[in-house]
Design a protein around this ligand. Structure first.
Ligand code: ITT
Length: 183
């Protein structure tokens, strides 16, 4: 089975490729689809529809975000913009005097083919560390410590991150759907 993954992020492709078995062949395409300002489910739904209109082939996108509880779930749907503007240092500065460091990552995979439009969700709870740690991964990985670990995602290789990852949880649901539908 061949599916297109529309993303600009090669690290996401590598993480997902680690999870698929040989009968699924994922091809990355980088199309700059509009990410509307809304909750990430809506962003993903709009995005996948937009990509499908362009490509008319079975495809998925994945939208994720970091939600920090003491900041009223900021940056959430603005995670990409905020990362580009203030980065991990900016996030640590915002939390400088904050005791409550709880946060979670959310991943929404949106899949579309001619018969289906489906969303699959994965959530990983954790907290924001006090400093950046680790060289692995991307984005907010160096500051996010998943529950029941004392390492940041940035200190984990891809395989270890996938034991906790929001993206893996969403992808597991997605691959179950793919095999049950025999697409
Ligand atoms: P797309 O082309 O697939 O949209 P992107 O990197 O822009 O790639 P998102 O909009 O889904 O991805 O991600 C929002 C932000 O959250 C972005 O800055 C990512 O670096 C960050 N992010 C997403 N998943 C992450 C993860 O597993 N670990 C660390 N940061 C992550």
């Amino acid at each position: 089975m061949k599916i297109t993954f529309v993303t600009s992020n090669i690290d996401k492709v590598k993480e997902i490729n680690q999870l698929v078995n040989d009968d699924i062949k994922i091809t990355q395409k980088n199309i700059d689809y509009p990410e509307i300002q809304a909750n990430i489910e809506k962003v993903a739904r709009k995005g996948v529809n937009w990509c499908y209109e362009k490509l008319t082939e079975p495809l998925f996108i994945e939208d994720s975000g970091l939600f920090i509880k003491s900041l009223n779930n900021f940056p959430g749907p603005f995670s990409s913009y905020v990362f580009d503007k203030i980065g991990n240092k900016g996030i640590l500065d915002l939390l400088a005097n904050e005791e409550n460091r709880s946060a979670y990552f959310l991943s929404i995979i949106a899949y579309k083919d001619k018969n289906h439009l489906k969303l699959f969700k994965g959530k990983t709870e954790g907290e924001i560390g006090k400093e950046r740690r680790g060289k692995h991964g991307f984005g907010y990985d160096p500051v996010f410590i998943p529950k029941s670990s004392n390492k940041t995602f940035g200190e984990m290789d891809r395989e270890e991150k996938n034991n906790y990852s929001h993206r893996k949880k969403a992808f597991k649901k997605f691959s179950k759907f793919l095999s049950s539908k025999n697409i």
